[in-house]
Design a protein around this ligand. Structure first.
Ligand SMILES: *Cc1c(COP(=O)(O)O)cnc(C)c1O
Length: 471
């Protein structure tokens, strides 16, 4: 499939090697083979400089929703470009940012049934990405307790889970529970309370899901009962801990966290950066356990995977604590240059319109049945320890020994090798350690979903069951 473009491709490859530093990437090793350079896309396909097509198996880092170059989303960007690309929310507002705030509040309205006052998430604070959406919630929660009518300034601590991933700003890293990402920065971080992850396949408490009483939740409740006086908020990834390894929560876990935080007078921050916008089958994951958090953090899928825009939704109660005269200096002391960016807001509105026009959520159950069936076929493979999924996000955990659950050595780079093999078969995947992530755009048609799963399966078999690949 080489074309006349390859000389230009050669130059790009050289510049890429000379200048581009990639996130979470060992650059010394990444130069071993030619980099994959994406030039265009359509629907669920990404196309590289040489014209090779790849199925986008992880939604371009979990954010694409309706496919690439969707006509409605493309048109929304172009139309907004004809008006204004950017203006600021400092001292002014803009049309798409207002409309989007209204739309998000409407979408979150069903959650309000869970609040004693029946008033839900009505206030929208914009930022740029998932990390800032959570950082904003942390700072708002902290400032809230100092400024509310009955102040509780001693409430300064946060609770997060083992394996938690909330982004890469230092506040978010303080919450983080992924050792290999977060250990190094410890001296820069604030201390947090850590509740065990609901990782049933490798239970941190050594229990079995068939017989346990969701004891990991009981641990979280114990932390709240003992320390609620100094705890500002609990931060969770509702239903699925993403970067930890697509770790699905037992039914009732999220509900239990909400009930416990209410009993202990602690705020709940729901980080739906990964799970929001239909990923788990409902618009928001919180809907599935009828939970209304005090903060709802949204990013990745908000713009359909087009532009960096994020939002932190909160309640009238939280918002009210920031009101006062100018001299009282109660305003929220935080903001970003591109906050409420009109292009991002316009494409987010278009994405939400497509949810309605294409009945994206209504189309899911049929695809999910197929997805479950395909995952079950992978679960029986010799080196697949566990498969788990919620909606259209799944993890396939590779193990050296299925009986003992013994993991592969880090140096074997099993996850990376499986993804490399999948790429040779025209599917782009991205591992989390030895976990293979499948997270295609919600719009993926059933035949492509089947192809994605079949290639993943074939790649796993090729790499884990062939001696030629053994290290
Ligand atoms: C990706 C992610 C983030 C960080 O979002 P960025 O846009 O990469 O900053 C935060 N929380 C969760 C749950 C995520 O999956």
């Amino acid at each position: 499939m080489k074309s006349s473009k390859s000389s230009q491709g050669g130059l790009l490859q050289q510049w890429e090697r000379d200048h581009v530093w990639h996130p979470f990437t060992q650059m010394a090793e990444s130069t071993a083979e030619p980099p994959l350079i994406i030039e265009s896309a359509d629907g669920c396909w990404l196309v590289d400089c040489e014209g090779n097509r790849y199925l986008d198996g992880v939604s371009s880092m979990w954010c694409n929703v309706h496919g690439h170059r969707h006509p409605t989303l493309d048109a929304a960007v172009t139309e907004q470009l004809g008006k204004v690309a950017h203006s600021t929310l400092l001292g002014a507002s803009n049309v798409p940012a207002i409309r989007l705030a209204r739309k998000l509040v409407e979408l979150a309205a069903p959650l309000s049934a869970d609040r004693p006052d029946g008033r839900g998430l009505t206030r929208v604070f914009y930022s740029d990405d998932g990390a800032t959406a959570v950082e904003v919630a942390l700072k708002m929660a902290f400032q809230y307790w100092r400024q509310r009518e009955d102040p509780r300034p001693e409430k300064t601590k946060f609770v997060s889970l083992g394996g938690a991933y909330h982004g890469d700003t230092l506040g978010d890293v303080s919450l983080g529970g992924v050792e290999r990402f977060h250990r190094l920065f410890k001296p820069l971080l604030f201390p947090t309370y850590r509740a065990p992850s609901h990782y049933c396949y490798r239970c941190p408490l050594g229990l079995e899901r068939s017989t346990c009483q969701i004891d990991c939740l009981a641990e979280l409740v114990r932390i709240l009962e003992a320390h609620h006086r100094e705890i500002a908020a609990v931060v969770v990834e509702p239903l699925v801990q993403g970067a930890a390894g697509m770790i699905t929560a037992p039914e009732g876990y999220l509900r239990g966290v909400r009930d416990a935080t209410r009993r202990s007078d602690v705020l709940l921050i729901a980080d739906e950066v990964a799970v929001g916008f239909g990923r788990t089958g409902t618009m928001f994951a919180c809907e599935q356990e009828k939970v209304c958090p005090d903060f709802l953090c949204l990013a990745k899928g908000l713009s359909g995977g087009y532009l960096p825009i994020a939002a932190t939704l909160t309640t009238e109660d939280v918002y009210g604590a920031f009101l006062g005269s100018y001299a009282e200096q109660k305003a929220f002391s935080h903001g970003h240059t591109y906050t409420g960016n009109p292009l991002g807001a316009a494409v987010a509105l278009a994405s939400l319109k497509v949810f309605e026009e294409e009945r994206t959520l209504e189309q899911l159950p049929k695809k999910l049945a197929l997805f479950k069936q395909k995952l079950a076929q992978m679960a029986v493979l010799r080196h697949v320890g566990h498969t788990r999924s919620r909606g259209l996000m799944a993890g396939i955990e590779l193990v050296a020994d299925k009986q003992t659950k013994a993991p592969y050595g880090v140096d074997q780079r099993m996850g990376a090798r499986v993804c490399r093999a999948a790429r040779d078969h025209g599917v782009l995947l991205r591992p989390l350690g030895d976990l293979i992530v499948l997270m295609p755009p919600l719009s993926i048609p059933p035949d492509l979903l089947e192809q994605l799963c079949d290639v993943a399966r074939r790649a796993i078999v090729e790499v884990t069951e062939s001696n030629a690949h053994a290290v």
